[in-house]
Structure formats: structure tokens, C-alpha cells
Design a binder for this molecule. Structure first.
Ligand code: ADP
Ligand code: MG
Ligand code: ZN
Length: 512
């Protein structure tokens, strides 16, 4: 299909986009879904395996109770129904990194179903609005191993000299969360897709059930996209909701929030080009290419693909009691969106300030810093300002710099007590970042302290006024702005170790 891509704004006048998202999340349980093997990331290949997760004949699986609890908590947080009784099934297919030749999954009896997640979507005009994403189901399954194709240039099997398989990941608990087709988003469809994955990630993180690291693959997203004709504005014409859905493509493993939005936009453009040429869209999986922002064809995939599902005979059904479910419901944390609103009001941040805080992923650390005694304003300035910039340069999370909430609280206290000024505070922070100790130690060692000796300060002020009779005369004449020049000279004489506000006060008290 060599057709040109169609501009997204233009295609929206003629087509209505529909998106469906499948998110796989690896649980952070200590052991695997059906055996006692460890789950830690980054271990030597094939060191976290046993007969069960290697699929050796006769090995018997046992369900991980902690994983079931996490699945139920996820279902409840997604406003879903929890099945009082459900089973695992065998999904049969061959893949070298899946040693049993079937994946133990759930099929038509998911642990959670019929839910929704409300997500905040940024409006193009500024501000945000809430969009409700309908959730079809969340089910339990297990991850596959990992293949490594050696030789060749693409990392894919084509052109490789040989392949290696690591089964450490085989059997790690996965939850697959599947939305219903998301209709009614219109031009906001790509933004809704991104906002949904972001909100889901925040929710899973607040539940503490997963590392939710897209770059490490503990949260993976497949994005389904289709277009259908726009019904038009004619009130006598067909309702948009009645127009049948178009053929979808499924773009696999889109591994950043930004890519989710880009991949949806790209598929919309590509589908429009195909439909404009009166060709059929092929229902297939697609590979996402981060560098080009495009997708390429994967494998054809029909809704009737036959995996010969049948109930897993080696596992007992999962039947959580009403009491268990209610106990788990009572253990749910405050939903992230609600928590953000509460903290914003408590801290008095503007919408813009709050957005910076969220984008810098600094909500938790600011909460800890305020709890340690810093003012909300100071906590925000440090964590989203200087520290965020440095963390960014070093490609670290802001909490990875070695600066603690207690450090910020201590430094803020020094500023508020007038013991250091802002520029000294930054130098103190340099010292803390360099590992020189706590703010108090750094200030002491580097000799960073405002001169508290009023006599010395007054002497410097008098000296500078005497040396600048012209400027002094201007100020006496009412040109108060001229005071800046004198403040600068006094600060220089005090080698920066004076409180500029106090210097200003002293000069003005002598000249006005
Ligand atoms: P699969 O076997 O393809 O993975 P799933 O049911 O797991 O099927 O997921 C399919 C996803 O695609 C769901 O999120 C569903 O809502 C979505 N979907 C189904 N039909 C369409 C369509 N026509 N356009 C966009 N998304 C769709
Ligand atoms: Mg699926
Ligand atoms: Zn095992």
C-alpha cells in the first residue's frame, strides 16, 4: 500500500476513529504465577526456572494466591465486577519461548469484567476534561520467556545466525486489561489513548501491584485502531453510534506514553489513505517503529483465530469469597486523581504548577518533603526546578540524586530563618548533591552563612553610600529604583554573605 498518509485534522472531517487498548502488566509478586520460582528482573538467563515453568512433562502448577489478590484489587480499582468463580484455560499455540506449547490464561471466565476508568484528558484549548473509558475485562495469565536473536542487524529472527531463549520470564504473573472499543472520543482519540495508559499506570502504581515500567516491559500496550465513516451533523441522518465499526489493526508493544499517542495518530492516517483509495484495511498486527514514527505489517489476525481453548485440568477454579473481596475493596488506596485534587487544594498550587509537578513525577516526593517540614512552595520549587533539571541531564529520576525530603526541609528552614539567602541555598544544594553531607554540614564547611553582624553590615552600607554621592542623591530625590546599584555594591563588599532584603531596607532607611 503505497498511498500517502492523510492529515489527521483533515481525515477527522470524514472519519470517526475508534480505539481499543490491551494492556499487559507484570505483577511484582515474589514468585511466579504457578510455581515458586523467583521473579526478579535482570538475573542471569535460565537461573529462575523449574519443571513447572519449563513445562516439563508431569509437572503440576499451583495458583499464586498473592497474584489472585492483586488481580482482584486491580479489578476493583477499575470499578469492575469480580467473578465469584472462574477458571484458567489453555491457549494452545507454538512459540519457542513458550515451553508448554500453551499459555495458561483465562478465556471466557475472566476474574474481573464490566468496569471503567475515568481519565483526565488535556483539552487543546487548555484545561482538562474527564473521559470515561469502558473496561471489558481484566484477566490473569502468565508471561512467556524471551528470545534473543544473535547476528543480523535488526534483532529479529530474519537474518540472525542463531537464537537464544531465556525462560526466567516464563510464568511471571500477568494481568491483561482490555477496554471495550472506545467510541465518542473524536479528535481526542489519540490523547484519550495516551491519557488512559497514563491513568492506568498511576492506578497500578498506587495499588503497589507492579513496577509499571514501560521501558522494562513490566507494562506493555497494544493499540487497536479503526476508522468508520462520520455520520455527519444532520439530525435526521444516522446516529454516529449506529455506524458499524471499521476493520481494526493491532499495533503491538508500544512502549512509551508518547508512542501510544503517536501510534494511534499514525494508524488513523494510514487507514484513511487506504479507505480513501476504496481498498480494504487488512486486519493484522503491526510493529511500531519509534525512530520513524510508523508501523509495518506483522501477521494477519482474524477474530476467529483458533487457539483450541479448554479449561485447565490441573488447576482448581478460583472462587474468592464475598468477605475476601470486601476485605480487598476496603484496602484500596485513595484513587490517584482524587489524591491529586486533594493535595493541590491543600498545597495551594495553581493548575499549571500542579501539571509541572505531575509531569516531573514529583508528587510523592513533595508530599514527603512537606511532611518533613518544608513549605509546599519551597518543596515544589526545588523538586520541579533545579533538581528536576539536573535529574534530567543525568537521565535519573528526581529521587535518584541522593537528595532526600529531609534535606530539602532542613534547607528551607535555613532560608526561612534568614541564615542563608537563595543563592547560598543553591550552593548548599551543590554541596549536598556532591555528597558533602547534610545542608547544615555543607553550609558550615563551605562557610555559607549570612552575616548576622549588624554593625559590619551598617558599616558597609555607609561606606557604599559615601562612595556614590550621585546615586544617593537620586534616591533622596525619589528615584527609589536606583537603590539596586547600591545593593549590588554592598553585597559585593560582604562577599555575597548578606541578606539582600535587609541591605535594601538599611539603605532606604538612611536615604529616605
Ligand atoms: P485480540 O484477540 O485481538 O487480542 P482482545 O479482545 O484481547 O482481542 O482485544 C481486542 C481489542 O480491540 C479490545 O480492546 C477491543 O475493544 C478492541 N476492538 C475490537 N474491535 C475494534 C474495532 N473495530 N476498532 C477498534 N478497536 C476494536
Ligand atoms: Mg488480546
Ligand atoms: Zn518455576
Amino acid at each position: 500500500m503505497g498511498a500517502e498518509l492523510v492529515d489527521v485534522d483533515e481525515l477527522l472531517t470524514r472519519y470517526d476513529p475508534v480505539v481499543g487498548l490491551e494492556v499487559h502488566v507484570e505483577l511484582n509478586t515474589a514468585t511466579k504465577m504457578f510455581c515458586g520460582c523467583a521473579t526478579g528482573f535482570g538475573a542471569d538467563p535460565n537461573t529462575q526456572v523449574c519443571p513447572v515453568c519449563l513445562g516439563l512433562p508431569g509437572a503440576l502448577p499451583v495458583v499464586n494466591a498473592a497474584a489472585v489478590e492483586s488481580a482482584i484489587r486491580i479489578g476493583l480499582a477499575l470499578n469492575s465486577q469480580i467473578a465469584p468463580w472462574c477458571r484458567f484455560a489453555r491457549k494452545n499455540y507454538f512459540y519457542p519461548d513458550m515451553p508448554k506449547n500453551f499459555q495458561t490464561s483465562q478465556y471466557d471466565e475472566p476474574i474481573a469484567f464490566d468496569g471503567y476508568l475515568d481519565v483526565d484528558v488535556e483539552d487543546p484549548a487548555g484545561g482538562t476534561s474527564v473521559f470515561r473509558v469502558p473496561i471489558e475485562r481484566a484477566h490473569m495469565e502468565e508471561d512467556t520467556g524471551k528470545s534473543l536473536h544473535v547476528g543480523g542487524t535488526t534483532g529479529r529472527i530474519h537474518g540472525a545466525d542463531h537464537s537464544l531463549v531465556d525462560y526466567n520470564r516464563a510464568g511471571i504473573p500477568l494481568i491483561e486489561i482490555v477496554t471495550r472499543p472506545i467510541v465518542g472520543a473524536g479528535s481526542r482519540a489519540p490523547a484519550v489513548a495516551r491519557a488512559y495508559v497514563a491513568a492506568l499506570r498511576d492506578l497500578l502504581r498506587s495499588l503497589g501491584v507492579s513496577d509499571v515500567k514501560m521501558e522494562q516491559g513490566s507494562l506493555r500496550c497494544d493499540a487497536n485502531v479503526s476508522l468508520r465513516p462520520r455520520a455527519g451533523e444532520d439530525p435526521a441522518g444516522p446516529d454516529q453510534l449506529d455506524v458499524p465499526l471499521g476493520t481494526r489493526t493491532e499495533t503491538k508493544n508500544v512502549n512509551s506514553l508518547r508512542s501510544v499517542e503517536r501510534a494511534v495518530r499514525h494508524e488513523m492516517s494510514r487507514h484513511a489513505a487506504i479507505l480513501d483509495a476504496a481498498e480494504p484495511v487488512t486486519q493484522e498486527t503491526r510493529h511500531w517503529h519509534e525512530d520513524t514514527g510508523m508501523t509495518t505489517a506483522g501477521r494477519p489476525k482474524s477474530d476467529a483465530d483458533d487457539y483450541r481453548y479448554f479449561p485447565e485440568p490441573d488447576l482448581v477454579p478460583v472462587a474468592p469469597s464475598h468477605e475476601d473481596v470486601e476485605r480487598l475493596r476496603a484496602s484500596l488506596p485513595e484513587p490517584p486523581a482524587q489524591r491529586r485534587k486533594r493535595l493541590q487544594a491543600q498545597w495551594g498550587y495553581s493548575d499549571l504548577e500542579m501539571r509541572d509537578v505531575v509531569n516531573a513525577d514529583a508528587l510523592d516526593v513533595i508530599e514527603q518533603t512537606v511532611a518533613a517540614g518544608a513549605s509546599p512552595a519551597a518543596a515544589r520549587k526545588w523538586w520541579t526546578g533545579d533538581l528536576a533539571r539536573r535529574a534530567n541531564q543525568m537521565a535519573l529520576p528526581v529521587t535518584g540524586l541522593g537528595v532526600t525530603p529531609a534535606h530539602i526541609a532542613e534547607l528551607d528552614e535555613m532560608v526561612r530563618a534568614g541564615r542563608v539567602n537563595d543563592s547560598m541555598a543553591r550552593q548548599v544544594m551543590d554541596g549536598v548533591l556532591a555528597g558533602e553531607g547534610t545542608p547544615a554540614q555543607v553550609a558550615e564547611d563551605r562557610g555559607l552563612a549570612l552575616v548576622q553582624d549588624d554593625a559590619a553590615l551598617e558599616a558597609a552600607v555607609d561606606e557604599v553610600i559615601a562612595a556614590n554621592p550621585g546615586i544617593a542623591e537620586k534616591i533622596r530625590g525619589g528615584k527609589v529604583n536606583a537603590v539596586g546599584a547600591l545593593i549590588g555594591q554592598v553585597m559585593k563588599q560582604m562577599r555575597g554573605q548578606a541578606d539582600a532584603a535587609k541591605v535594601r531596607e538599611l539603605i532606604l532607611s538612611r536615604l529616605t
